[in-house]
Design a protein around this ligand. Structure first.
Ligand code: GLA
Length: 379
């Protein structure tokens, strides 16, 4: 059943002046559609946000997952530019983290252990001996409480989740709010906030896989600019060694727009360890808390472009190296190696074990707040 509240609200708002202007209903465009049952019997919904620029974003409150982003190409033709599944079942039972909110800690924590004030916390080893993306049941696999907080100009969805003290091994009850706003400038704006009642670590991100050409081919011809002079090299387990290395003279230099595939097969130790790009880039210095342009990606055949703005100090550029053709996604599409890329804005992986990285510690009384914007255009 489709609940068409959006258009009803538009109608009510349009009629308001005729009926004496007493109605305060606002014109907004968000539909809520049932999206199925979660493995533990909860009901998930799909929220469809539409703006005036022809962009449509579908988000489920299961995992806070961005299920679809339809953005116009240079001819104005809309196309879905993210990978994912047709139904909840795929998101609940298969891997890949497609479109999901990642938490409590985005990316890896070495040996699945970290210490705070002399206490060692042990996490799930779900990636070799390391912990990846929040553990066995990260924020991508839980049901969030959803609320339509649209204004008269912009549809917006608020998602809330409380991660219990000790959940997945992390200390402190963590109250998390993720807000998705679709602006009329064709931006998907994501605000992440969190508070805790015990000292803990937090690193939240979104794991959308983009293919601006629409699903099907690989992403190697997408032209990428990354606003980073340094990246954090990794070891064989994809854990940062702690070094900040200059990108200058390496295949990691994307300061000038370069096709993703141009150097991906080079004989480079870091590319071999990552099986391609799977590295954290250190964004150029900026005022803490202010938005910086992290990346710009252009897809030459459709003219679609994506800009990523963030308040975070890093971005994980992942070229979809682990996609291996075993996943059948939306519309039965088989996701081959490098058929999507991720730009996961974040604090650096394994920060709790690296004193020289910006801190991911959150204390009681503090408020974690980061913002990331994915902006779509075409020319
Ligand atoms: C992140 C990691 C990758 C991979 C993907 C999920 O981007 O850095 O190594 O684990 O998530 O497949």
């Amino acid at each position: 059943m489709r609940v068409c509240m959006g258009w009803f609200a538009v109608l009510v708002a349009l009629m308001a002046p005729l009926s004496g202007g007493k109605t305060t209903a606002v014109a907004k465009s968000m539909e809520k559609i049932p999206f199925g049952k979660t493995p533990d019997g909860g009901s998930a919904d799909l929220y469809v946000l539409k703006n005036q620029g022809g962009v449509e974003v579908s988000i489920t409150n299961f995992g806070g997952i961005v299920v679809a982003i339809k953005a116009p190409d240079r001819q104005g033709k809309p196309g879905d530019v993210v990978l994912g599944y047709d139904s909840l079942d795929g998101y609940a039972n298969r891997s890949g983290y497609f479109g999901a909110v990642i938490g409590r800690y985005g990316n890896r924590i070495a040996h699945a252990k970290f210490s705070l004030d002399g206490v060692t916390y042990t996490l799930a080893q779900n990636n070799g001996e390391n912990s990846l993306h929040g553990g066995t049941q990260g924020f991508n696999k839980v049901l969030w409480e959803a609320r339509d907080i649209s204004t008269k100009d912009e549809p917006a969805l608020e998602l809330k989740y409380t991660s219990k003290d000790g959940e997945e091994g992390y200390p402190g009850n963590l109250s998390v709010t993720v807000t998705y706003t679709l602006t009329n400038h064709n931006e998907l704006k994501i605000d992440y906030t969190a508070t805790t009642d015990k000292k803990t670590v937090v690193n939240l991100t979104n794991h959308s896989y983009f293919n601006l050409a629409g699903p099907g081919g690989d992403i190697l011809k997408h032209v990428l600019m990354l606003n980073a002079d340094e990246f954090t090299p990794v070891d064989a387990g994809l854990i940062p060694t702690g070094e900040l290395r200059e990108v200058q003279g390496t295949p990691f230099d994307f300061r000038q727009p370069t096709a993703i595939g141009a150097r991906i097969a080079q004989d480079d130790e870091q590319l071999k360890l990552g099986k391609g790009y799977d590295h954290n880039f250190v964004l150029r210095s900026r005022k803490p808390g202010s938005l910086v342009l992290a990346a710009r990606v252009v897809e030459p055949t459709t003219g679609r472009a994506l800009e990523v703005w963030t308040t975070e100090p890093g971005v994980q550029f992942y070229s979809g190296n682990f996609l291996d053709g075993t996943i059948r996604g939306k519309g039965g599409q088989v996701y081959q190696r490098r058929s999507g890329f991720c730009l996961e804005t974040q604090h650096f992986p394994d920060s709790p074990n690296h004193a020289n990285f910006p801190t991911t510690v959150l204390k009681p009384g503090e408020r974690y707040h980061t913002t990331t914007i994915y902006k779509f255009s075409a020319k």
